[in-house]
Design a binder for this molecule. Sequence first.
Ligand SMILES: NC(=O)c1ccc[n+]([C@@H]2O[C@H](COP(=O)([O-])OP(=O)(O)OC[C@H]3O[C@@H](n4cnc5c(N)ncnc54)[C@H](OP(=O)(O)O)[C@@H]3O)[C@@H](O)[C@H]2O)c1
Length: 288
Amino acid sequence: MKILLTGSKGQLGTDFQLVSEDRHQVVGYDLDLDITDRGAVQRRVADVAPDLVVNAAAFTDVDGAESDEIACYRVNALGAQNLALGCLEAGIPLLHVSTDFVFNGEGESPYTEFDRPDPRGVYGKSKYAGECYVTGLLNRYYICRTSWLFGVGGSNFAKTMLEAGRERNSVRVVDDQEGSPTYSRDLARKILEIIEGGSYGTYHLSNSGSCTWNEFTRVIFEMAGINTPVLPVSTAELGRPAPRPRYSVMRGLALEMQGIEPMRHYREAVREFILRDLPDWEKRGEQS
Ligand SMILES: NC(=O)c1ccc[n+]([C@@H]2O[C@H](COP(=O)([O-])OP(=O)(O)OC[C@H]3O[C@@H](n4cnc5c(N)ncnc54)[C@H](OP(=O)(O)O)[C@@H]3O)[C@@H](O)[C@H]2O)c1
């Protein structure tokens, strides 16, 4: 299959290229294909003539989105619309990546693909707007919602904590938000499996298990052999600009319905990420 990938230098984009290289022809673009430029998107889709577009490009600065609403909507909503229009014109499907932040976080049990989105902050609203454009414009689409991504490419919470744990005497991490950490390489593999299966629709794709950010940090430290104390702090105390869902655990009901294996437990993924996949200099906490 020939796949046009956007956001190729991001966490997911990097791993998607890695896991697909032996099986598909992936033509990746990052800022060299600005998805907010409709004409550029349409021309590139026509030139590359892919069988499928995978959109891993996004505005992912959740706090920054609160002060730069237009920039965030342009990438996450308008960008998704442009890609959907490009795919419509070319007669091909689109795989669009979305987020657990489409839910309000007030639930008590895992959200399924059939639960009603009700995003709160700008980032979540912009991602949901992107989903709506895709589902409204195309008959053949995959929406893959994921959560709490960490990976080798790009910066993320796990890398920040590894660095903080080595440099500080203690770290304070929120203990009142629950979700599912997800390794971008596992996500990329599952996305590939879904594409190859060809069943369109919405999917919840996160590593199994759930925890708070505080518990996640403890697992990261455990795997890395870091003994720095992890202290609790509340979301309110931290006072970040964007609202965060208190509970955003998702259930992969679409996978269950089709008898597709769920993604492995996040602890296994963290172990592999730290002990096998991170480059040695990052394992040792050195600067590149
Ligand atoms: N990160 C998470 O915790 C998380 C959680 C749930 C869902 N998701 C979703 O998962 C997907 C992948 O996330 P990720 O963490 O891999 O993202 P990421 O590392 O931030 O990568 C996104 C890439 O898109 C690029 N990009 C930004 N604006 C663009 C534009 N106008 N045109 C083309 N490319 C553009 C970014 O470039 P710059 O870096 O230069 O801006 C970056 O290389 C996104 O849809 C995201 O919403 C992420």
